[in-house]
Design a protein around this ligand. Structure first.
Ligand code: PLP
Length: 367
C-alpha cells in the first residue's frame, strides 16, 4: 500500500483545505434528497450568494470542477452564431475561446500580453454588438488581476451584451461583487481560495441572462433549466426538488462547512488576510533579488508569479522543495513553463506562517 503523504500546497491549486472543510467531508453521508441535506444545500446556495456578492436566486454549486462551470456558462447562453468577445490574457481566456467556439459562437478574441490585465476599452471596441463579453478575473496562468468593475461599466455603456466572468481563483480571496459589477454569468471552483477540495463549481446567473438562455442546450448534465428543479431555484412557488443527478453530498457538506468558516471570519477580513500574505510574499521574493512576473499594480495576492533566475533549473528547484520541505509550487504555463514559478497562498495558506515557510525554503534551495 502506498503511504499517506501530506504536502504544503503552495501551487496554483488545489490548496490545502480549511480544517472545517475536511471535517465537512467526514460528516455522515445523507441521501441527496434527504430534507436534512436539502437544508445544507439551501444554506450553501445562500452562503455562495454572499461570496459572489450577489442576490441572484440562481446561484448554486455545479457538481464538477471549474472547467465544467466554464462549459455551463457558455453552453447555456451561446446561441449558434452569437458573437462572443473574449478578453485573453492567459491560458484560461484561451480556454474560454475554445469552449465558446464549440458552443457555436463566433469568437472575437482580444489578445493581451500575458502578465498584463484586461483592457476594458480594447475589449468593448472589438465588436459593435456582441451577445456576450467574457473575461477572467484572476488569471491563474499569469498571476494578473483584471478590473471587472471597469469592464462591467464599459460593457454596459457600449450596449446590452451579457458579462461572463471566470472567478475560479478570485472567489473568497479578493474582492468580488458580482451584482455591483454587472456580472451576468459567473463560475468558480472550490480548490482555490474557498479552501475546499476540487470538485464543485460555484455558479451564478442573472435573471437577464437566464431569460436569454438556450432552451435546450447540448449538454443535458449542465442544463441550468433542469438543474433549477433540483437545487430549488426555480423561483416563487413550491420547491419541486426533483431528481436530476446524484449530488456529491460529501463535497457539498465540505463546501458548506468552509463557507460557514469564511463568513464567520468575515469576507473583508478574508480578503485582507489574502492581501497581506500576498504582499509579504512578493516583498520577500523581491528582497531575495527575484523578479516578479505579473505587471506591478495588477498582481494577485493569492497567486504570485516569479521569474526563474538565469541559470537555475526550474523543475529541479520544484522537485527539491517537494522532497526537502513537502512544498509544492507550480511551474509556469505555455511559453513560460520553464521560466516562471507560480506560488499560491490561498484559503488557509494565506497566513504569515506560510509566507515565512515558503520564503525560507526557497532561499535555502536557491542557496
Ligand atoms: N479558470 C481558472 C482561472 C482556473 O485557474 C482554473 C483551474 O485552475 C480553471 C478555470 C479550470 O478549473 P478546473 O481545473 O477546476 O476544471
Amino acid at each position: 500500500m502506498t503511504s499517506i503523504v501530506s504536502r504544503h500546497l503552495f501551487g496554483p491549486g488545489p490548496t490545502n483545505a480549511y480544517p472545517e472543510a475536511t471535517e465537512g467531508l467526514a460528516r455522515p453521508l445523507l441521501g441527496h434528497l434527504d430534507p436534512a441535506f436539502l437544508a445544507i444545500m439551501d444554506e450553501t446556495c445562500e452562503w455562495l450568494r454572499a461570496v459572489w456578492g450577489t442576490a441572484q436566486n440562481r446561484t448554486l454549486p455545479l457538481s464538477a470542477t471549474g472547467s465544467a462551470g466554464m462549459e455551463a456558462a457558455f453552453v447555456n447562453t451561446v446561441h449558434p452564431g452569437d458573437v462572443v468577445v473574449v478578453a485573453v490574457n492567459g491560458l484560461f481566456g484561451q480556454r474560454m475561446c475554445e469552449v465558446a467556439s464549440r458552443c457555436g459562437a463566433e469568437v472575437v478574441a482580444v489578445q493581451h500580453r500575458w502578465g498584463s490585465p484586461v483592457d476594458p476599452e480594447r475589449v468593448v471596441a472589438a465588436h459593435p454588438a456582441p451577445a456576450i463579453v467574457a473575461a477572467v478575473h484572476a488569471e491563474t496562468s499569469t498571476g494578473a488581476r483584471s478590473d471587472i468593475a471597469a469592464l462591467g461599466a464599459a460593457v454596459r455603456d457600449a450596449g446590452d451584451a451579457l458579462l461572463l466572468v471566470d472567478a475560479v481563483t478570485s472567489i473568497a480571496g479578493i474582492e468580488l461583487l458580482a451584482d455591483e459589477w454587472g456580472i451576468d454569468i459567473g463560475y468558480a471552483g472550490t480548490q482555490k481560495c474557498l479552501g475546499v477540495a476540487p470538485g464543485l463549481a460555484p455558479f451564478t446567473i442573472s435573471e437577464r441572462a437566464f431569460g436569454r438562455r438556450v432552451e435546450r442546450p447540448r449538454s443535458w448534465y449542465l442544463d441550468l433549466g433542469l438543474l433549477g428543479g433540483y437545487v430549488g431555484d426555480a423561483g416563487p412557488g413550491p420547491r419541486a426538488r426533483t431528481y436530476h443527478h446524484t449530488a456529491p453530498v460529501a463535497m457539498v457538506s465540505s463546501l458548506h462547512a468552509a463557507l460557514g468558516r469564511i463568513l464567520e471570519e468575515g469576507l473583508d477580513n478574508v480578503w485582507a488576510r489574502h492581501a497581506a500574505a500576498g504582499q509579504a510574499l512578493q516583498d520577500g521574493l523581491e528582497a531575495m533579488g527575484l523578479e516578479l512576473f505579473a505587471d506591478a499594480g495588477h498582481r494577485l495576492p493569492e497567486l504570485t508569479t516569479v521569474r526563474v533566475p538565469d541559470g537555475v533549473d526550474s523543475a529541479d528547484v520544484r522537485r527539491t522543495l517537494l522532497e526537502r520541505y513537502d512544498i509544492e509550487i507550480g511551474a509556469g504555463v505555455g511559453e513560460f513553463a520553464a521560466s516562471v514559478w507560480r506560488i499560491g497562498l490561498m484559503g488557509p495558506n494565506a497566513s504569515p506562517d506560510a509566507v515565512a515557510l515558503v520564503l525560507h525554503a526557497l532561499g535555502d534551495v536557491l542557496g
